[in-house]
Design a protein around this ligand. Structure first.
Ligand SMILES: O=C(O)C1=C[C@@H](OP(=O)(O)O)[C@@H](O)[C@H](O)C1
Ligand SMILES: C=C(OP(=O)(O)O)C(=O)O
Length: 409
């Protein structure tokens, strides 16, 4: 699907949008529910990634295809490895078969798991024959993806002796690890995270518990970007959010103050208000705790004609696409000067955007969604715009609700 995007007639938007549950919280909660069926979940994500996780958990044999969903790939690897009597081939999209999983496979193997590579060593697809995992101590590198750590933590309470993890090297995407531990806490599992050690106690049964998933903060980022690019006086309300979030991307409320966007929390909603113009012509952020909002911030800066230096982006090359390379190419189509290295991106201030651009999306939902708000500054085309369904199937409809003109080509 190719979409032609144009700005709303009124750049002082006053609208409310309801966003569904966080895909990160959803996929964790679903796995915990598979281990402890007396868990109930509210406000599930309606994303493709949530759907493939649910489908995957329902299977015991045969092929399980999780498409592009990194969390489903990593969490289900740990799940199936620990389930005696289940045997699956866990696979995904072409890109998923290029996203590394060796660190997790080796950690699980050292706990006693039977996992074999079906094609290339270190990458999906994996043939997993579930077993009772008897060992309870493992060390693993923590600087590649926090999802490997969360995967182990999620199955940890179901292991005979729980789990003790030693994290080696600099720990990346830490809030996602804390989210996993917080959800374990909500179902009554005891955990401790001190320095580079994490301990999870075993738990056979839990009390009946309802996990209420907060809406997705990464999805909210696109509305922060829109608010930042709109006129002072713009107000966009998003539900359902809370001030004490488990999601690291809630740092948006702080970061977007620099762009003149104030956030107020009330009645399970946030109100984003454009209260002033952007305060600087160059901004710097280390996003190692919030890698999924890097694309959003880079595009906001382009739209506002300011420069930025974003660091802590070492995980971006192994996500849905190489996001650093993709950003350089696509920002460049609008005339921007962008330098990248293995962990950072620098954008020079750019006052006029080039016209007649078609943005490519590389099977990456966040490439499509991060560029969407830029229609406030220039008309352009988005190729393969349906990719948004990975995390936010209603994204383009919600932009229409805000008054954007969006037509199929
Ligand atoms: O655990 C999670 O839910 C996630 C962790 C992050 O991945 P990395 O730890 O690989 O950076 C993030 O980018 C991803 O979208 C979701
Ligand atoms: C990186 C992402 O997802 P995953 O790693 O779960 O595929 C994302 O949603 O930005």
């Amino acid at each position: 699907m190719r979409l032609q995007l144009s700005a709303p007639d009124d750049r002082k938007i006053q609208k409310a949008i309801a966003i569904t549950g966080s895909k990160s919280e959803t996929n964790r909660s679903l796995l915990l529910q598979a281990l402890f069926p007396n868990i109930k979940i509210e406000n599930l994500s309606n994303s493709d990634d949530g759907a493939v996780m649910q489908k995957g958990l329902a299977k015991s044999t045969g092929e399980v295809d999780i498409h592009h969903a990194g969390t489903a790939m990593r969490f289900l690897t740990a799940y199936f490895a620990s389930q005696e009597g289940k045997q699956v081939v866990l696979t995904g999209s072409q890109r998923m078969q290029e996203r590394p999983i060796k660190v997790l496979v080796e950690a699980l193997q050292s706990l006693g798991a039977d996992i074999q590579y079906e094609k290339s060593a270190g990458y999906p697809p994996l043939k997993i024959t579930g077993r009772k995992l008897k060992r309870s101590q493992v060390s693993l590198p923590a600087n590649i993806s926090s999802q490997y750590i969360s995967a182990l933590l999620l199955i940890a309470p179901s292991l005979e002796n729980g789990l003790e993890l030693e994290l080696i090297g600099k720990i990346t995407s830490v809030p996602y690890i804390k989210m996993t531990l917080a959800l374990l806490g909500q179902i009554g599992v005891q955990t401790a995270f001190e320095g580079n050690m994490i301990k999870v106690c075993p738990k056979e049964n839990i009390a009946d518990t309802t996990l209420v998933v907060e809406s997705d903060w990464s999805s909210a980022s696109y509305f922060y970007s829109i608010t930042a690019m709109c006129e002072v006086g713009t107000e966009i309300q998003l539900s359902s959010y809370k001030q004490s979030s488990l999601q690291g991307d809630s740092v948006l409320a702080e970061i977007y103050k620099d762009f003149g966007v104030e956030t107020t929390f009330s009645n399970n909603a946030i109100l984003l208000k454009k209260t002033s113009d952007v305060k600087s012509n160059h901004l710097e952020y280390n996003l190692s705790n919030a890698p999924d909002i890097a694309q959003t911030i880079a595009v906001t800066c382009l739209g506002l004609g300011i420069g930025c230096h974003l660091t802590g982006l070492h995980t971006l090359p192994i996500k849905e696409t190489d996001r650093l390379a993709a950003l350089q190419t696509e920002l460049g189509k609008f005339g921007a000067t962008v330098d990248i290295d293995s962990e950072s991106l620098t954008l020079q201030p750019q006052s006029n955007l080039k016209g007649e651009v078609a943005v490519d999306t590389y099977n990456d939902h966040r490439m499509a969604m991060a560029f969407g708000p830029l229609a406030l500054k220039a008309d352009f085309v988005v190729n393969d715009a349906g990719v948004v369904s990975k995390s936010y199937p209603h994204f383009w409809n919600d932009l229409k609700t805000l008054g954007f003109s969006i037509s199929k080509m």
